[in-house]
Design a protein around this ligand. Structure first.
Ligand code: UDX
Ligand code: ADP
Length: 459
C-alpha cells in the first residue's frame, strides 16, 4: 500500500510539465508526483542541481519536494499502470509538412503518448491535456485510448496551462484562474472533481473554473490570441507614433488607464516571441479555415503579420540609421531570449533580426545572461558568422550600434558612458524594448532609436 493517497504522472518534462508538477508536489505532499520524459538528458538534469530550464524560484520548489513526493524518471511505461491521473505535456509544434503545414498543430507526439497509455494502463485513469491542443482533440484522444479490447476506462480532461515563462512559479502558485474542462456525464464530472481537489490544496475554489472540454481547449487558444493581439495592436500604433511624433508609452498609459482596456500587455516592442503566441494563433487560424470561417481566420492571422512587420521595421530602422549599409559593421545584440528572466529563445524576435542583419552582411555579436547556449543552437547554420560574448561591455567594444532585443534589467544599469567610449562613432542604440533612459543616452552622445518614439539623433 502506497503512503500517498493519489499518484500523478506527467509525461513531458519541459517548460510546462516540469514547473507545473513541481508546484503541485510542493503544495500536495500527500500526492506522489512523477515527471517523465523520453529525453534522458532532460531527466538527469531535473535530478541534478542544474535544472534543464531557468525559472526564478524553481530551484527552491524542486529542492523542497524532490525525493519526498516529486520524482523524475524515463520509465514511462512502468509508471503508467501505477497512476491515477496522467498529465500529458509533450510538445505540439506547428506542422512543417503535409496537410496544414505551417499552421496546424503536429499531434504525432501526443498520439504516441495516448497509444502508450492505452497499452500500459491497468485501471481507470484520468488523462489530462496540459499541452495546448486544437479544439476537439480530446475526442480523438479518447477514441485512441478506448480503441481495441480493454475494460479500462479513461476520462479525458483539458486543463490548459496559462503560466508565462520567467514568472512560471509565481503564476502557478497564484493563478488568476485554473481551468478544467471535462465530460458532462457523471464520470466526466467525477474526473473534474478529482482534479479540482488537487488544485484546491492551494487555489481558492472560486478561481477554479470548470467547463465542458471544448470550451477549455478553445479558451487557451483564445487567451493567447487576445494577449498577442494587444501587443500587435500597440505595435501597429508604434509605427504611427514614429510617423507623427506621438509617444507610444504615453499613448499606452493614456489608453491603459481606461479600466475597460487595462494597462497590461501594452508594451510596444520589436515583436512578441515565445513558443505559444504564434503557434496558437496559427492553430486558431487553421481551425477557422477548417470550419469555412475565412474572415475570422484572416482577422487573427493579421496579428502574426503585424508582428512580422514590426521585426522588419526594426531591421529597416537599423539599416537606414547606419547610412543605408551595415556591411561589415559590428552590431551588438543585447539579449537573445524572447523575454527577460528566461533562457528560452523559441520564436525570439532576436533570431529573425540576427538573420536579417546577417543577410545585410553585418558582423553580429550576441550577448545574453542566460540564452547563449540556445542562441548557438538556433544559429547553428550561420554560427561562423556570429560572435557570442557573455559580457555586454565586451560585446559593445568597436560596435557601430547596440540593438536591445530583450528587456533584461541588467541592461538598464550598465555604464553607458564607458560603452559609448569603446564604440565606433557615430554610436547608435536601437532600443527594441524601450527600457533605457533615452534622454541620458542622447546626452552621452548616442544616436537613440526607440520604438514608437521620436529618434534622438546627435550626429
Ligand atoms: C504566454 C502567455 O502569457 C501565457 O499565459 C501562456 O501560457 C503562454 O504564452 P509567454 O510566452 O511565456 O506566455 O510570455 P509572455 O509574457 O506572454 O510574453 C510573450 C511575448 O510577448 C514576449 O516576447 C514578450 O516580450 C512580448 N511582450 C509581452 C511584449 O512585447 N509586450 C508586452 O506588453 C508583453
Ligand atoms: P512545453 O513548452 O510545451 O513544455 P517542451 O518542448 O519544453 O514543451 O517539452 C516537451 C517535452 O515532451 C520534451 O522534453 C520532450 O522530450 C517530451 N516528449 C515528447 N514526446 C514524448 C513522448 N512520446 N514521451 C515522453 N516525453 C515526450
Amino acid at each position: 500500500m502506497s503512503e500517498f493517497k493519489t499518484s500523478i504522472l506527467c509525461i513531458g518534462a519541459g517548460y510546462v510539465g516540469g514547473p507545473t508538477m513541481a508546484v503541485i508536489a510542493k503544495n500536495c505532499p500527500d500526492i506522489k508526483v512523477t515527471v517523465s520524459d523520453i529525453n534522458q538528458t532532460r531527466i538527469d538534469a531535473w535530478n541534478s542541481d542544474e535544472l534543464p530550464i531557468y525559472e526564478p524560484g524553481l530551484d527552491e520548489v524542486v529542492r523542497e519536494a524532490r525525493g519526498r513526493n516529486l520524482f523524475f524518471t524515463t520509465d514511462i511505461d512502468g509508471e503508467i499502470p501505477k497512476s491515477d491521473i496522467i498529465f500529458v505535456s509533450v510538445n505540439t509544434p506547428t506542422k512543417t509538412f503535409g496537410r496544414g503545414a505551417g499552421k496546424a498543430a503536429d499531434l504525432q507526439f501526443w498520439e504516441k503518448v495516448a497509444r502508450n497509455i492505452k497499452d500500459h494502463a491497468v485501471k481507470d485513469t484520468i488523462v489530462v491535456e496540459k499541452s495546448t491542443l486544437p479544439v476537439r482533440t480530446a475526442e480523438a484522444i479518447s477514441r485512441i485510448l478506448h480503441s481495441g479490447p480493454s475494460d479500462v476506462h479513461f476520462e479525458v480532461l483539458s486543463n490548459p496551462e496559462f503560466l508565462a515563462e520567467g514568472t512560471a512559479v509565481h503564476d502557478l502558485e497564484n493563478p488568476d484562474r485554473v481551468l478544467i474542462g471535462g465530460g458532462e456525464d457523471e464520470r466526466g464530472q467525477a474526473a473534474i472533481q478529482a482534479l479540482v481537489e488537487v488544485y484546491a490544496a492551494w487555489v481558492p475554489r472560486e478561481q477554479i473554473l470548470t467547463t465542458n472540454v471544448w470550451s477549455a481547449e478553445l479558451s487557451k487558444l483564445t487567451a493567447n490570441a487576445f494577449l498577442a493581439q494587444r501587443i500587435s495592436s500597440i505595435n501597429a500604433i508604434s509605427a504611427l507614433c514614429e510617423a507623427t511624433e506621438a509617444d507610444v508609452d504615453e499613448v499606452a498609459r493614456a489608453i491603459g488607464s481606461d479600466s475597460r482596456i487595462g494597462p497590461k500587455f501594452l508594451r510596444s516592442s520589436v515583436g512578441f516571441g515565445g513558443s505559444c503566441f504564434k503557434k496558437d494563433i496559427l492553430n486558431l487560424v487553421y481551425l477557422c479555415e477548417h470550419y469555412g470561417l475565412d474572415e475570422v481566420a484572416a482577422y487573427w492571422e493579421q496579428v502574426v503579420h503585424m508582428n512580422e512587420y514590426q521585426m522588419s521595421r526594426f531591421v529597416e530602422k537599423v539599416v537606414t540609421g547606419s547610412f543605408n549599409t551595415i556591411v561589415g559593421k559590428r552590431l551588438a545584440l543585447f539579449g537573445f531570449a524572447f523575454k527577460a528572466n528566461t533562457g528560452d529563445t523559441r520564436e525570439s524576435p532576436a533570431i529573425t533580426v540576427t538573420r536579417r542583419l546577417l543577410n545585410e552582411r553585418a558582423s553580429v555579436v550576441i550577448t545574453d545572461p542566460k540564452a547563449i547556449p540556445e542562441a548557438k543552437h538556433d544559429l547553428a547554420d550561420v554560427i561562423d558568422q556570429v560572435e557570442f560574448c557573455e559580457d555586454p561591455y565586451e560585446a559593445a567594444v568597436g560596435a557601430h550600434a547596440i540593438c536591445v532585443m530583450t528587456e533584461w534589467d541588467l541592461y538598464k544599469d550598465l555604464d553607458y558612458q564607458r560603452i559609448f567610449d569603446s564604440m565606433m562613432k557615430p554610436a547608435s542604440i536601437y532600443d527594441g524594448r524601450n527600457i533605457l533612459d533615452h534622454a541620458a543616452l542622447a546626452e552621452i552622445g548616442f544616436n537613440v532609436y526607440p520604438i514608437g518614439k521620436r529618434a534622438l539623433v546627435n550626429e
